[in-house]
Every structure is written in structure tokens, then in C-alpha cells.
Write a protein that binds this ligand. Structure first.
Ligand code: PMP
Length: 307
């Protein structure tokens, strides 16, 4: 155990992350034949405890990604949670942390083809407080890049290669002075942001487009729909959203493991609602944080304590 060495994990071994490398010949690197997860652990100062939020759900989703990409993960989701716990303990982790598990095809044949027996499994972690500014309201644009469709590269999963799509939209948005971009599907419905889901609020109801509009099967989106909204007594609706509905929404927020719940106050230079961070968005944010950080006893079953 050391405070200065940051350990990672690869195929059964814990090693300093800077000693874990991928071959330049690896298919995972050459063709993006891999998938990953994005998990968070929150440090609860009052309880001196580190909690991983929905660890098993994240590794179950990774297993679904692996299925689509014809991989044989070396570990079950339950075993992967145990490996992650050991890694966080080895790193003596006592701060808000982002966790990146990866599965990738690691053989070196030149053909972009899935082999079933070449799967590598890696995890690294790094400190992360906020990914977005979650206080003041984000400014977004609708991207001219369309969301990849399920029949080209499935957005339902976190496929490494698919993030070219996210990077194209994010780059365009940032260069134009926005915080992030909203993708439309090929047929023009709202899909999601570059690495987060979107909710709009209309007449007190939370509305969010389903995964069948080419967005990731999201863990935070489900948490908002199935836990946060009922906690707050809010009605929810999963349905298609068209572009101009974004402009007339009372409130908009993004959500994701990294993104957390991040209110939006401007889209395509139109003010959302009254231009201030919305009251419902704020309530969703604080309810979510209470659950994810271990401050709501009712939902401790969603958390994996490390210490
Ligand atoms: N969409 C995309 C494209 C993402 O990369 C992420 C981040 N994982 C999300 C949505 C949010 O999903 P989750 O709540 O499962 O982290």
C-alpha cells in the first residue's frame, strides 16, 4: 500500500498504472474494438467512507457491451466489483474518484474481426470532483453531427470506437463557445449529449428520450426515472423529444455518472425557462447526490462501501 503509487489492474494483476501498456498492434487500439464503463465513488467525509455508486449495475452493463462486441470477459460482474474494491483499497482512495473499467480485443491480427478468446480486462481510477459545472447552468447547442444509429455502431453500449462521434460533437460545441452538444438521431429526434443523457421538464413532469433513440442504456437516467423522481413525487415520461421542444421546455438538465445532474440554462442561444437554474433540476440534483454519496439510508443498498 502506498499513497504515491497509483495502481491499476490488468488481467489478474495490480500494477502501477504507468507500467500498464497496450501494444500498438492491439486491435483494441487499432480499431477501437473495446468497451468501457464509467463508475463513480464518492468520499463521504462525515462517515469517513468511500462509496461506489451502483457498482454491480455498471459491471452488468459492461457485460452487455461485451456481448454485443463478441467478447469473453474473464470475470463475472460480481468478481469485477471485488477486483475494483481491492484496487480502491490498494490506492488508499479517500476522495471523489472516477473509475474506468475496460474490456478490449487484444490480439494483433490485422483483420478488424472479433475473436472470442482475446479479451483483456483493465481498470484504472483517478480523482474527479465535477465533470461539468453543476451550479450555474450549462450552455448547449444542437450538434450538426448526428448520433450514431443502432444499425451502424450501437449507442446503447459504451463502445470505445463510438466515442469518435462524441468527440466530433464536443469539439464543434466547445470551439463555438458552448459547454456541450446535444445529438439528434438520424431521423431528427433528440438523443443525448456527448457523454450524458438529457431530461426536459414541462409542466412539472420529467421527460427523457428512451434508449431506442440511439442513446446509452444509462444508469443515472434510470436512477432519475426510478428513484429520484418518485422520491420527489414527480411524474416521468419516456418518449421522443423533438428539437424545438428543447427551446420551450421549462427546465433542462443533463445527467450521467460523470456529468452528475447538471442544469442547462441556454440551448442554441435561447434561454431555457427564465434563464436561471430550475427549481426541479436543483431538487433532482440534491436528491441524487444524497443517494449517491450515502446520505440517504433508504438507498444504501445501491452503494458498495470500501472501508
Ligand atoms: N451517454 C453517453 C454517450 C455516455 O458516455 C454517458 C456516460 N457514461 C452517459 C450517457 C451517461 O450514462 P451513465 O448515467 O450510465 O453514466
Amino acid at each position: 500500500m502506498s499513497e504515491s503509487v497509483n495502481y491499476g489492474y490488468l488481467n489478474g494483476e495490480f500494477k502501477p498504472v504507468n507500467e500498464i501498456n497496450v501494444s500498438i498492434e492491439s486491435k483494441g487500439f487499432n480499431y477501437g474494438l473495446g468497451c468501457f464503463g464509467g463508475v463513480r465513488a464518492y468520499w463521504n467525509e462525515t462517515q469517513s467512507q468511500l462509496y461506489i455508486f451502483r457498482a454491480l449495475d455498471h459491471f452488468k452493463r459492461l457485460a452487455l457491451s461485451a456481448k454485443i462486441l463478441v467478447m469473453s470477459p474473464p470475470n463475472s460482474p460480481e468478481e469485477s466489483v471485488a477486483i475494483l474494491k481491492e484496487l480502491l483499497r490498494k490506492n488508499d482512495t479517500r476522495q471523489n474518484t472516477y473509475i474506468r473499467p475496460l474490456l478490449y480485443h487484444d490480439s494483433n491480427e490485422i483483420t478488424p474481426e472479433f475473436l472470442e478468446d482475446d479479451t483483456s480486462f483493465a481498470i484504472y481510477t483517478r480523482p474527479l470532483n465535477h465533470y461539468f459545472n453543476t451550479d450555474t447552468g450549462l450552455k448547449l447547442c444542437v450538434s450538426s453531427w448526428r448520433r450514431i444509429s443502432d444499425n451502424s455502431i450501437p449507442g446503447r453500449i459504451k463502445a470505445t470506437g463510438a466515442y469518435v462521434n462524441s468527440a466530433l460533437a464536443k469539439h464543434q460545441a466547445k470551439k463555438a463557445g458552448y459547454d456541450d452538444a446535444i445529438f439528434l438521431t438520424e431521423s431528427g429526434e433528440v438523443s443525448e449529449a456527448s457523454a450524458a443523457h438529457i431530461f426536459i421538464v414541462r409542466n412539472g413532469k420529467l421527460i427523457s428520450p428512451p434508449s431506442t433513440t440511439d442513446n446509452l442504456e444509462g444508469i443515472t437516467r434510470r436512477t432519475v426515472l426510478e428513484i429520484v423522481a418518485p422520491e420527489l413525487g414527480l411524474e416521468v415520461e419516456e418518449r421522443k423529444i423533438s428539437r424545438t421542444e428543447l427551446y420551450v421546455a421549462d427546465e433542462v438538465f443533463l445527467c450521467g455518472t460523470g456529468a452528475e445532474i447538471a442544469p442547462v440554462t441556454e440551448i442554441d442561444s435561447r434561454i431555457v425557462g427564465d434563464g436561471k437554474v430550475g427549481e426541479i433540476s436543483k431538487k433532482c440534483q440534491s436528491t441524487y447526490w444524497d443517494i449517491a454519496k450515502g446520505n440517504n439510508e433508504k438507498y444504501l443498498n445501491l452503494l458498495t462501501p470500501i472501508w
